[in-house]
Design a protein around this ligand. Structure first.
Ligand SMILES: [Zn+2]
Ligand SMILES: [Zn+2]
Length: 207
């Protein structure tokens, strides 16, 4: 489904279409997504025991078009995840997964004839002892940002997960030391807020 795997991360984000969804009698004239989100937070205690929070649950209704466009899709999903208390640092791969799934869902035949498209999202956020501190944002050092490698995109176009738009073939992009590639401006803005790679949380030197 998604070209970027999240297997190396302790977090998970699954999205699917619920069966037996009853279309609500909506008062809205617009096509909408009806998104149910379940989130669980895991933390590591000092003695190494894993503790899991009770599952958090919220329903969101979003205009269909909002999730179909890269830029508005990013912010609306980020806003939804923030309301679920997912730290900003951990959001990008989830945003990418949710937006990809929403687009697939909206274009399937069954959804085309519905006014409300149902979707379920289940998240697990693992806050290790190290990550608990990392939900605090630390910007990357200026020198490490200036030292980002510039690469020319050849072969396959790549998606920039910061803005969810494609990095066009033949254009120049910035490569992090972990080898993940983003639009130059996008990653520079991101690194002003957080020193972690949006995809794998590789740590850039902090300011
Ligand atoms: Zn970008
Ligand atoms: Zn990375």
């Amino acid at each position: 489904m998604s070209s970027i795997t999240s297997l190396s991360l302790p977090h998970s984000c699954e999205a699917w279409k619920p069966e037996n969804f009853m279309e609500p009698e909506s008062s809205s004239p617009y096509h909408e997504f009806f998104i149910e989100v379940f989130a669980q937070f895991e933390a590591m205690e000092e003695d190494g025991q894993r503790v899991t929070s009770p599952t958090k649950y919220k329903k969101f209704i979003m205009p269909r078009d909002l999730l179909m466009t890269g830029s508005t899709s990013w912010w609306s999903i980020s806003n939804m995840l923030s309301q679920m208390d997912v730290p900003y640092n951990f959001q990008p791969f989830m945003i990418q997964k949710i937006s990809t799934f929403a687009r697939e869902l909206a274009s399937d035949a069954d959804s085309m004839c519905r006014k409300t498209i149902p979707m379920v999202v289940a998240l697990t956020v693992a806050l290790g002892t190290q990550e608990q501190g990392l939900s605090r944002l630390v910007r990357a050092s200026k020198s490490s940002v200036e030292a980002l490698e510039k690469v020319k995109i050849e072969g396959f176009p790549t998606q920039c997960v910061v803005c969810l738009e494609d990095i066009l073939m033949g254009s120049e992009a910035a490569r992090m030391p972990c080898s993940h590639v983003y639009h130059g401006d996008c990653i520079v803005n991101w690194l002003k807020k957080s020193n972690l790679c949006p995809l794998c949380r590789f740590q850039m030197p902090a300011e």
